[in-house]
Ligand binder design. Structure first.
Ligand code: GSH
Length: 364
């Protein structure tokens, strides 16, 4: 094996994130569809549960989780410019925006897919797992496979109670991101970074590519659709710079503010449940995917959701950057957090550290 392999799907959120990174990095790779046979022969034996994307390195190492995939390829290629911003505030913001793109834009992505593009999604799921069947057979297979994903809506907190808030928030996000793109080609300057790859997951696979969602994006936010297309074309393939002097564009502040308003309270509530769980757990114990029930609030519309544990892992990465800052860097981060309503993050500490083991998040 001489290059990387990415097992995934065009229809998949996180495959989009990994693919955008690979195309930007410009490494040689092959993307293979995650058919039933790939799940059986590659994913389940190596990862232990059915999830995409999965990547293999040229030495055969199998990796799951997009950030681990990106991190492993960054380390192996040792190429410039890096995917992670090198300067502390930009790096902190990139980690925060990754948390937002990966774990919160999932709500509009999944809502619009399953409430406006359901039949189309079933056909896509079927075509992926059984490429040789007829469209009718694929639709039936897709209904079966897609049910698991549609079933995630109540877990995420997408319900009749919250949908008006999710739509209002997404439309506002589109206009905030458009205003940013009026001034900068990518999130932190004139080239993409980790944050752009994370935004691309939902904004390509679901919110651009699903037909009804794509129509909405083109209508409300042609600049965001243009960013999706530039990312799809490789994001300039390494050309361009992040802003100098560790600057963070002011135009990102409304998006960070939205994150602090909507996502941070959900994560804090999850962390309290994690505290209870960790009190009786031992190092190496696998953290349950859901730790209990929380209430989320989006633009004044609240409803139940599961306390998904994975966002805590992404938050830990952001907090580690914050925790490693010197006094002057910390003062700049704190000023930014104050401006975006993120006061709570300044003193927030996860009750117990997490780590990755065998493609799972476990208690450190
Ligand atoms: N944190 C993982 C998330 C991967 C993920 O959720 N993938 C979706 C498809 S886009 C999936 O296969 N989900 C199955 C499941 O969550 O059970 C990553 O970054 O790779």
């Amino acid at each position: 094996m001489t290059s990387y392999t990415l097992y995934g799907a065009e229809v998949s959120y996180f495959t989009g994130k990994a693919r955008a990174y690979l195309d930007w990095r410009g490494v040689e790779y092959t993307e293979k569809p995650a058919t039933q046979a790939v799940y059986r022969d590659v994913i389940l034996p190596n990862v232990g549960w059915p999830v995409i994307p999965v990547a293999t390195l040229p030495d055969g190492t199998v990796i799951q989780d997009t950030t681990d995939i990106i991190g492993a390829i960054e380390a192996r290629e040792n190429a410039q410019p890096p995917a992670w911003p090198a300067s502390p505030l930009q790096r902190f913001v990139a980690e925060l925006l990754q948390l937002y793109g990966d774990e919160w834009l999932m709500l509009p992505a999944m809502h619009y897919r399953w409430n406006y593009n359901e039949d189309w999604a079933y056909s896509e799921f079927g075509a992926l797992s059984a490429p040789d069947q007829t469209p009718e057979q694929q639709y039936e297979i897709g209904r079966k496979n897609g049910a698991r994903f549609k079933g995630a809506l109540p877990i995420l907190g997408v319900s009749a109670d919250t949908v008006p808030g999710i739509e209002k928030s997404y439309e506002a996000f589109l206009s905030e991101f458009s205003a940013h793109l009026d001034q900068y080609p990518y999130l932190l300057g004139s080239r993409p970074s980790l944050a752009d790859f994370a935004f691309y997951g939902p904004l390509y696979a679901h919110l651009y590519r699903d037909p009804a969602s794509g129509e909405l994006m083109h209508k409300l936010a042609p600049k965001v659709a243009d960013w999706v297309e530039r990312m799809k074309a490789g994001g300039g393939k390494g050309r361009g710079e992040l802003l100098s002097d560790d600057a963070v564009p002011e135009t990102l502040e409304p998006i960070l503010h939205r994150q602090m308003q909507e996502q941070l309270p959900a994560i804090m509530a999850t962390s309290a449940l994690y505290n209870d769980w960790a009190a009786n757990a031992a190092s190496g114990d696998r953290v349950p995917r859901a730790l209990g029930d929380i209430t989320i609030d989006i633009e004044g519309h609240s409803g139940p959701a599961k306390a998904r544990s994975f966002p805590l892992w992404r938050l830990q990465a952001a907090l580690d950057v914050y925790g490693s800052m010197n006094e002057a860097e910390r003062a700049r981060a704190d000023a930014l957090l104050s401006r975006v309503g993120g006061e709570d993050l300044k003193t927030f500490c996860l009750p117990a550290r997490l780590k990755r083991e065998n493609c799972q998040v476990v208690l450190a």
